[in-house]
Design a protein around this ligand. Sequence first.
Ligand SMILES: Cc1cc2nc3c(=O)[nH]c(=O)nc-3n(C[C@H](O)[C@H](O)[C@H](O)COP(=O)(O)O)c2cc1C
Length: 380
Amino acid sequence: METDRRSNPLFGPNRFKLGVFSANCDGGLTMSLAPERWRAEWDDIAAMTRIADEAGLEFILPVAKWRGYQGKANIYGRSFETLTHGAALGALTKRIAIFCTVHTPLVTPAFAAKAIATVDHVTHGRAGLNIVCGWNQEEFDLHGVTIDQERRYDHGLEWFRVWSRMLQGGPEFDWDGEFFKLRRVHTNPVSVQRPWPAVMSAGFSPKGRDFAAQAADVLFTNMTELDQAPAMLSSLAAHMARHGRRVSVFTMAHVVCRPTRAEAEAFYHYFAEEMADEEGQDYYRRTRGVTVKDAEGREIGRPFETRFTRATGKRFAGAYPGAYPLVGTPDDIAAEMARMSEAGLAGTSVAFLDYLKEIPYFVQEVLPRLERLGLRRPVA
Ligand SMILES: Cc1cc2nc3c(=O)[nH]c(=O)nc-3n(C[C@H](O)[C@H](O)[C@H](O)COP(=O)(O)O)c2cc1C
């Protein structure tokens, strides 16, 4: 199979990859009522993305959302659709990978193949697909679509097989699968990246890991402490061995970076504790739960617990469930990223209470430290 994805920085040389997550949604990655929180205004998203692009971060990753988490802040209540968001950001940027997040029960593989090929041409080979098989029925009700909780990853896998085959090109084909019966399938143009653009999937359950091992280049997963990494990685390794593929693992972090630890902790305390949107947290816990169980019903992880900082051990309600807090000085954050890399993670996404205001300091102070630690190279 022809392979060429050199145009996509996701496959570039940096040992620890970085991207920006969830800036297409208001609230970003917080459940906070703090008035400084992210409002997802388009001009702010565009300005922040340009900074990330120029700094050499690897990717922009938006969230696919159709309904907010209610509560007083109703975070995610306002969000931009990710394929159109991706095409627009693609035209504004020069080097960063632009991911689009697609709910496989809502979008046909042929629609997504054409849309991702469009973004891949706009960006000259920097498009990416984040596959999400769905979990929140309340969101899907506005589409009139029912999530089959048992089979969602089986459906997603067949979806991926059609999508990826279309982007490889070749003669038209008919598809007689369990979930899709399709005639004379083709797409034109095919993607610039060969055989198809970079694929991420976000999942935690055993089925989610098995899906990633078959379809994705990167598994995005929740981790709230690094001591969870060995069990997670060895379980993924078993899935990878079964399918004879390699997948790297990223996690998602929330960054509060300040010149002193006290300032960083105080700001985190302010937005994630004093200004926590408890009702939004309750909604999330009710619809999502905090634990994930294996096929035998044994708890295998608590990936969606609210987080606390390592320094204080305190529990904060307003940080997004499952986000890894990186709270401290530029030295603290670079050192923690080095530990994440040593633990076997290939990268992380970052989010900020106010992305546009906070990313310049992160770029200016943390990136050079990561370069000195040998985790990243200076931007060309
Ligand atoms: C980084 C990351 C991004 C995610 N993005 C979305 C998203 O955009 N839309 C969505 O409905 N779910 C999203 N999810 C939820 C996942 O699709 C998935 O349901 C969740 O991680 C639980 O894993 P499981 O489905 O294997 O239990 C995301 C999860 C993570 C970790």
